[in-house]
Design a protein around this ligand. Structure first.
Ligand code: MN
Length: 270
């Protein structure tokens, strides 16, 4: 039976989620604040952690950072539960090191599919105790690279979704913003495929990462250019253009992170 630690201060959410997870066959332990969550995660083994972000004593972001910095708990997948889609909670959670996130109010089937996906990945990944206790942890660079890439990827995903929602009446815009959403989802999948189930003795597949991340990032920049070219310079477009330039910046960052990881002086600059 898979053990899940649910860290949630809201009693109603906690009861509802733990009951539903229990009915799905998970063994659920509860913590009501970030510190309790840290103590629980360190004192017994868990297969996955569901972490609310807004928590008393130690907040969810800090708890995730500490869990991911601790060799005893680093490999436990964490799903952050965020209350607001656009507030930057998700970006901060990704930066703190969460493996996935879900938005409240929780849609249970969606959450369970995320839980099961992470458990499957963990199953196929090497067990932490098989890694040598001393010596270089070769999975570390892959996990760091993944987090580095997920930060701009998440920002672009949020921004494209937000802008598409704001541009409802402009079908030409919406179509291209959706294209950005599809490209960024592809990049995210490529990052996970190359970096998540990384075995300790397998090097990072940089060529897969290059085609899976750099190609969509270049395409996103191209779509930004075409969106900008078709936007008028009127005041109502000003904010849209600011968002676009942020998307372009993040896409450029994705490219430069991959080029830096390849550390091959023969590579073209981003
Ligand atoms: Mn809360």
């Amino acid at each position: 039976m898979k053990r899940i630690l649910l860290v949630e201060d809201n009693e109603m959410n906690r009861d509802m989620l733990s009951r539903r997870l229990g009915r799905r066959g998970f063994d659920v332990a509860l913590a009501v604040d970030g510190l309790q969550g840290l103590d629980a995660a360190r004192s017994s083994p868990f297969d996955l952690i569901l972490m609310d972000l807004s928590l008393p004593v130690v907040d969810g972001w800090e708890a995730i950072r500490r869990l991911k910095a601790d060799p005893r708990t680093r490999t436990i997948p964490i799903i952050a539960l965020t209350a607001h889609a656009m507030s930057g909670d998700r970006e901060r959670a990704v930066e703190a090191g969460c493996d996935d996130y879900d938005i409240k109010p929780i849609e249970f089937p969606r959450l369970v599919s995320k839980v099961e996906a992470l458990l499957r990945r963990r199953e196929s990944a090497p067990k932490p105790e098989r890694a040598p206790a001393t010596g270089p942890d070769v999975r570390r660079p892959a996990s760091h690279l993944r987090l580095d890439l997920l930060a701009p990827i998440t920002r672009i995903g949020c921004r494209a979704g937000f802008l598409a929602g704001e541009s409802e009446s402009r079908t030409d815009r919406v179509e291209r913003l959706r294209a950005i959403g599809i490209l960024i989802a592809e990049a995210r999948d490529a990052v996970d495929a190359s970096l998540l189930s990384q075995g300790p003795d397998r090097p990072v597949d940089l060529s897969a990462l290059t085609s899976g991340v750099v190609t969509p990032a270049h395409e996103i920049i191209r779509v930004c250019d075409s969106l900008e070219a078709s936007s008028s310079r009127t005041a109502d477009c000003a904010e849209f253009l600011v968002h676009l330039s942020e998307v372009r910046k993040d896409a450029a960052q994705m490219i430069s992170i991959v080029w830096q990881a390849t550390a091959d002086p023969g590579r073209p600059p981003a």
